[in-house]
Design a protein. Structure first.
Lengths: 282, 418, 282
C-alpha cells in the first residue's frame, strides 16, 4: 500500500524543534558536566563533590535534606489531599465544580508572593499567628526558619497538584464497581481498601510525581521559609549558575538531580505497582 | 469495453505490511446497477470500496470510471460518494449544514437559459454535438447559489423523511435518523455512484429491514449505481441486482442472487450463502452422480469421467419420505422449531444432514430421504472442499456468537487501511 | 459511617481551603494597609494602589509578562496542534512513542533542570554566533524567554489536543474529502472545529503556565523582566505592599474570570438538558 503523503512534512518541523530545544539542551548539561573550564574532558566536576570528607559530608547532607523534606511534603500532601479528593468525587456536580474552581485559583497566583506572605503569618516576633497566640495568652511558636516552615511552604504550594489528579481518577471511577463489591459482600471500609484505593493509584502516582519533583528541586521556598539557613539541591544549583558562574559544577549537580528524580520515579512506580498487585490479590 | 460500464477494476492488487488483501482483482460494474460485495470480514470487500472511493491507492492495477483511468485522482475529485459504516456525520454541524456540506463545495457548469434550451434540443437532434457543447460548457463553472442549495437540501431531507429536522444537532438524532442524514448528505451532490460500507450494520433488526427496502427504493428512483458492502447474506440476496462473493482477497463468484443461491460455484459460496449439505461425490457419467454410497440422476454434465466433485443439496430441497421409499435412510438426531418449518439434523451413515421440512418428526425416528435430480447441484472441487463438513457440530448459538465478531474484524480491516 | 462523613467532609474541605487561601487573605489585608508594615494593620488606605500606578518598573514587568504569555501560548498552540496532528498520523509506533516521550520531558524534568539546560543552550549559542553577531540580539532576552516558554508549554498543548484527535472518527475526514474537500480544506472545515475545544483549553493552559513561570524564566530572562522575576528581585530585599496590591488585583481578575466561565458552563449544561429529554421521548 502506498503511504499517506505529508506525514513527514507535517512532523519534521516539530521534531526539529524537539531536538533543538529539548534534546540538545539536555545534551549540553551532560557536556558541561564532563568538561573543565577550558573545555577538556574531565571527571573533576564530580570528583570535587566527594574528594574531601567535608565535601562528601556536604553532598550527603544537602541531598539527604532535600530528599527528606520533599518526601515529607509529599506524604503530608497525600494524606491531606486524598480525603478531600474522595469527598469531592462523591458530592453533587455543582459542588464539585465549585470546589474545583476554588482549588485551581491558588495555582494561578504567583507563588513567590504567596510564599512571602507566609512570612507575615509565621513571623517569629510579630507574625500574625504569634500576635494572635500572645493575645490569647499562649506561648509563641517558633516556626519560621525551621525545617517545618520549609515543608509547610512545599505543602502549601503543591497541595493542589496532589488533589486534582486523585480527584480526576476517583471521579471517573465506575460507580458499578463499588456496587459490585458491595453486592459481593464488602463493607464500606473494604470497598475503600480493596476497590477504590487500588483503582485510584494512577492518580496518586501522578500526584506524588507532581509534588515530589518540584519539591525536591525547589530553591525559592527554602530560601524564604528557611531563612537562608538551609541549602537544598535547588539552591545549590541556582547559586552555581547565577552567583558562582560555575556552569561545570552546576551541570554536574543537575545531572545528579536528574538521575535522582528518575530513580525515585522508578522506585515509586515499582512500589505503587506491587502494592496495586498485592491489594488486588489480598 | 462494454458500453454501459461505469466502473472497471483491472488487475487490482493490494497488500498491507506484506499481507495480500486483494489478489489480482477484476470487477466490472454496469451503470445503474445495485452491486453487493459480500464476504466474511477480512475478505477485502471494504478495501475494494476504498479503492473506488480513492482513499486507498492499489499497489498494482487500474481503476476506470466511465472509461477514464482514475488512478491517483484524490477522493474529492471523484464522482463517487460514500456512506460510511458509522455514518461519519459532522458533529459540529446541524442536519441542514451536514447535508449542505458537499453542495457548498460543488461546482456546476455555468449555463445561460438560452444555452440550456439549445442543449436540450441538441440532445434530441444530435447527441454528438450535444456532448461537444456540454464539454465546452463544463470548462466554465460556478458554485451553487444559496437558493439552489436550500432547494436541494429540502428535497433530500424530504426524500429521506427528515423534513423539519434541519436545525437539529446530529448528536440528538437516533441511529436510524443519523443514517438517513448520511444518505441525504451523500446523495445531495448527485453522485453517479454511491458506495455504501455496511451502512445498516449499526441498526437493530427491524429498522434494518425497513432501511433495506428504503435504500432499494431510493436506488431505483434516482437510477444511480449502488455498490454495497455487507457480510449479511440475507441483505445481499434481497437487495442486489448482482452479488460479488469475495473471500481471501479473491472474487469467488459473480452473479444474480438467484444464480448465486441456486448454482454456487464452489463449496465456499455454497456454505456462505444459506444452509447447504455439501458432500463428496463422483461423476461416473454425464447426468449421473454418486454420493453417500448411492447413485443419483442429476441435470449436470461436462465433467471428466469419474471426476471427484462437491455435491450441494439445500436443506429445503430434501423430501422426507417413509424409510422404505427413500434413496437414503437416516436417524433424526436433532429437531429445532423455526416457526415456518422444522430443522432436522439427520445422521445418514455417519454424515449429518440438515433438512428443513414442515413434517413433524421426533429425535430417534428413522426416516427416508428423497432428492429430485434438479435439486442436486454439482460443483468442481476447490480448495474450500476440505474445509466444509457436515452439521455434526452445528448449533444456532455458535453462529449468533460469531456474528458480532464479524463486525469487529471489519473494523480492524478499516483501521489497517489508514 | 456515611452520615459522619457527610458532616465532617465539608468541614474538612473548608479547613483545607482556608489553608490555601490564608496567604491570599493576608495579601488582601495588607494591600489596604496605610503603613508599609507587613506584620501590623495600621489602618485602611488605598495608598499602595496609588503607589502601584506610579511604579513604572512593575507596570513594565506586567506588560512584559502579558506580551510573553500571549506570544508563547499562541506559538505553542500552533506548533503543538500541528505536532499532535502529525503524531496522530505517525504509522511507526516506535517513532510515535519516542516523540511523545521527548515532548513530555520538560513536563517530567525538574523545572530547574529545564531552566539551566535552556540557559546553557542560549549561552552556548551566543558564544558560537559571536555574542551579538546574530541579529544583534542580547545573549538572553525576549527571544530566549519566548523560545523557553513555548518549549515548556508544548507538552501541555499536545496533551490536551491529542485526546480530541483520537476521539474523531477517522471516517469523518474521509467523508469531507468524499464530498469535495481537498485535504487541507477537510482539515480546516471538519478537523479543526472538532478539536477547537481542546485547542482553546490548551491555549488557556499555556497562558497560565507562562504567566506564572518563575523557575525557568529565572535562568533565561536577564534583560527581559517579567512579573515573577520582578517580584523575586523584590523579595530578595523587602517587598513593598504595592506588590500586594497588584497581587490582589490579579487575584480578583482570576476569580471573576473563573466564576464567569463556571456560570457559562453551568448554563450550557442546562441548555443541553432539554435536548436530552427530547431524545428520550422519541
Amino acid at each position: 500500500m502506498k503511504r499517506k503523503r505529508g506525514s513527514l512534512a507535517l512532523n519534521a518541523p516539530y521534531l526539529l524543534w524537539c531536538v533543538i530545544f529539548i534534546l540538545v539542551p539536555l545534551a549540553m548539561v551532560v557536556y558541561y558536566a564532563f568538561r573543565d573550564r577550558s573545555g577538556n574532558w574531565t571527571l573533576q566536576n564530580f570528583a570535587e563533590l566527594v574528594d574531601t570528607p567535608e565535601h562528601l559530608d556536604n553532598l550527603v547532607r544537602v541531598f539527604g535534606i532535600s530528599l527528606a523534606y520533599a518526601g515529607a511534603a509529599t506524604l503530608i500532601c497525600l494524606l491531606l489531599a486524598y480525603p478531600l479528593a474522595y469527598y469531592m468525587a462523591h458530592t453533587k456536580p455543582s459542588t464539585q465544580r465549585n470546589l474545583m474552581m476554588l482549588i485551581t485559583v491558588p495555582m494561578w497566583m504567583n507563588f513567590l508572593i504567596c510564599t512571602y506572605s507566609w512570612i507575615s503569618i509565621l513571623g517569629n516576633e510579630h507574625g500574625l499567628l504569634n500576635t494572635l497566640l500572645e493575645q490569647l495568652g499562649l506561648h509563641k511558636l517558633h516556626i519560621l526558619n525551621t525545617p517545618g516552615a520549609i515543608i509547610l511552604g512545599m505543602v502549601y504550594n503543591y497541595l493542589p497538584f496532589m488533589i486534582l489528579p486523585i480527584y480526576s481518577v476517583l471521579a471517573k471511577l465506575e460507580p458499578s464497581l463499588v456496587e459490585a463489591a458491595q453486592d459481593l459482600g464488602a463493607t464500606n471500609a473494604e470497598v475503600l481498601r480493596k476497590v477504590t484505593l487500588p483503582l485510584s493509584l494512577p492518580g496518586v502516582a501522578a500526584g506524588v510525581t507532581m509534588v515530589f519533583v518540584p519539591s525536591v528541586s525547589t530553591f525559592y521556598i527554602s530560601k524564604k521559609m528557611g531563612g537562608n539557613k538551609t541549602m537544598l539541591i535547588g539552591d545549590w544549583i541556582e547559586s552555581m549558575f547565577l552567583q558562582a558562574n560555575n556552569y561545570q559544577s552546576g551541570a554536574a549537580l543537575s545531572l545528579i538531580l536528574m538521575l535522582l528524580v528518575v530513580l525515585s520515579m522508578m522506585i515509586m512506580r515499582r512500589f505503587s505497582d506491587s502494592e496495586n498487585g498485592a491489594l488486588v490479590v489480598s | 469495453m462494454e458500453k454501459d460500464l461505469i466502473i472497471a477494476l483491472q488487475n487490482i492488487s493490494v497488500s498491507f505490511d506484506g499481507q495480500p488483501v486483494l489478489k489480482d482483482l477484476h470487477l466490472s460494474i454496469r451503470n445503474q446497477e445495485f452491486v453487493t460485495l459480500l464476504g466474511p470480514s477480512g475478505c477485502g470487500k471494504t478495501t475494494t470500496l476504498r479503492i473506488i472511493a480513492g482513499f486507498l491507492e492499489p499497489d498494482a492495477g487500474e481503476i476506470f470510471f466511465d472509461g477514464q483511468k482514475i488512478n491517483g485522482l484524490p477522493p474529492h475529485k471523484r464522482q463517487v460518494n460514500t456512506i460510511f459504516q458509522r455514518y461519519a456525520l459532522f458533529p459540529h454541524l446541524n442536519v441542514w449544514n451536514n447535508v449542505a456540506f458537499g453542495l457548498k463545495l460543488l461546482r456546476i457548469p455555468k449555463v445561460t437559459p438560452a444555452q440550456a434550451v439549445e442543449l436540450d434540443e441538441l440532445r434530441v437532434a444530435d447527441p454528438e454535438k450535444a456532448a461537444q457543447l456540454e464539454a465546452r460548457l463544463a470548462k466554465n463553472t460556478r458554485y451553487l447559489t444559496w437558493a439552489e442549495i436550500n432547494q436541494r437540501v429540502a428535497d433530500m431531507l424530504h426524500k429521506v423523511n427528515l423534513a423539519g429536522f434541519e436545525g437539529r444537532s446530529v448528536s440528538s438524532l437516533s441511529g436510524g435518523q443519523q443514517q438517513r442524514v448520511a444518505i441525504a448528505r451523500a446523495l445531495a451532490v448527485q453522485p453517479r455512484v454511491l458506495l455504501l460500507d455496511e451502512p445498516l450494520g449499526a441498526l437493530d433488526l427491524k429498522l434494518r429491514k425497513d432501511m433495506q427496502v428504503e435504500l432499494k427504493n431510493i436506488q431505483q428512483q434516482l437510477g444511480i449505481t449502488f455498490i454495497y458492502v455487507t457480510h449479511d447474506q440475507e441483505e445481499a440476496l434481497s437487495m442486489s441486482d448482482t452479488i460479488v462473493v469475495m473471500d481471501a482477497g479473491e472474487i469467488q463468484q459473480i452473479g444474480t442472487p438467484k444464480d448465486i443461491y441456486d448454482e454456487p460455484k464452489n463449496a465456499f459460496v455454497a456454505d456462505f450463502i444459506g444452509e447447504s449439505n455439501i458432500l463428496d461425490g463422483v461423476m461416473p457419467d454425464d447426468y449421473l452422480v454418486r454420493f453417500a454410497g448411492v447413485s443419483f440422476a442429476c441435470v449436470d454434465k461436462g465433467f471428466a469421467k469419474n471426476e471427484r466433485v462437491d455435491v450441494v443439496i439445500r436443506p429445503e430441497d430434501i423430501d422426507i419420505v417413509p424409510p422404505t421409499d427413500g434413496c437414503l435412510r437416516g436417524v433424526v438426531t436433532g429437531v429445532t422449531f423455526k416457526g415456518v418449518h422444522y430443522e432436522f439434523i439427520v445422521d445418514v451413515q455417519g454424515f449429518k444432514w440438515m433438512i428443513q421440512s414442515t413434517d413433524v418428526q421426533a429425535v430417534g425416528d428413522i426416516i427416508g430421504i428423497s432428492i429430485k435430480p434438479e435439486e442436486i447441484h454439482i460443483m468442481k472441487k476447490s480448495r474450500y472442499s476440505e474445509l466444509v463438513g457436515d452439521y455434526s457440530c452445528f448449533s444456532d448459538e455458535f453462529e449468533a456468537l460469531s456474528n458480532p465478531h464479524d463486525a469487529d474484524g471489519e473494523e480492524e480491516e478499516a483501521e489497517a487501511d489508514e | 459511617m456515611h452520615k459522619k462523613i457527610r458532616i465532617f467532609s465539608p468541614l474538612y474541605a473548608a479547613l483545607l481551603l482556608g489553608f490555601l487561601y490564608l496567604p491570599m487573605a493576608v495579601l488582601l489585608l495588607f494591600s489596604f494597609n496605610s503603613s508599609n508594615n507587613l506584620f501590623e494593620f495600621k489602618g485602611f488606605s488605598l495608598h499602595w494602589y496609588a503607589e502601584l500606578l506610579r511604579n513604572k518598573a512593575a507596570q513594565t514587568a506586567l506588560w512584559h509578562t502579558i506580551v510573553l504569555a500571549l506570544s508563547a501560548a499562541t506559538a505553542s498552540v500552533v506548533i503543538g496542534t500541528i505536532a499532535a496532528v502529525g503524531m496522530d498520523r505517525m504509522r511507526r509506533k516506535w517513532l510515535k512513542s519516542a516523540t511523545l516521550s521527548v515532548t513530555n520531558l520538560p513536563m517530567m524534568n525538574p523545572e530547574i533542570v529545564t531552566g539551566i539546560s535552556m540557559m546553557l543552550l542560549f549561552v552556548f549559542a551566543a558564544q558560537a554566533f559571536n555574542t551579538k553577531g546574530l541579529f544583534g540580539l542580547e545573549p538572553l532576552g525576549f527571544h530566549t524567554m519566548f523560545l523557553a516558554h513555548t518549549t515548556f508549554c508544548l507538552p501541555y498543548v499536545v496533551l490536551s489536543v491529542s485526546p480530541k484527535l483520537r476521539q474523531i472518527d477517522p471516517h469523518m475526514v474521509e467523508a469531507a474529502q468524499d464530498l469535495g474537500c481537498s485535504p487541507l480544506r477537510a482539515f480546516l472545515r471538519v478537523m479543526l472545529p472538532n478539536i477547537a475545544t481542546g485547542i482553546a483549553s490548551a491555549f488557556l493552559l499555556a497562558l497560565t503556565i507562562s504567566l506564572d513561570d518563575f523557575v525557568v524564566s529565572n535562568f533565561v530572562s536577564h534583560s527581559y523582566q517579567t512579573l515573577p522575576i520582578y517580584i523575586y528581585s523584590q523579595t530578595k530585599k523587602r517587598v513593598r505592599p504595592d506588590m500586594y496590591a497588584l497581587s490582589t488585583l490579579i487575584f480578583a481578575a482570576i476569580f471573576l474570570l473563573l466564576i464567569l466561565s463556571n456560570v457559562l458552563q453551568a448554563s450550557a449544561e442546562k441548555r443541553r438538558m432539554p435536548d436530552k429529554k427530547q431524545r428520550e421521548k422519541q
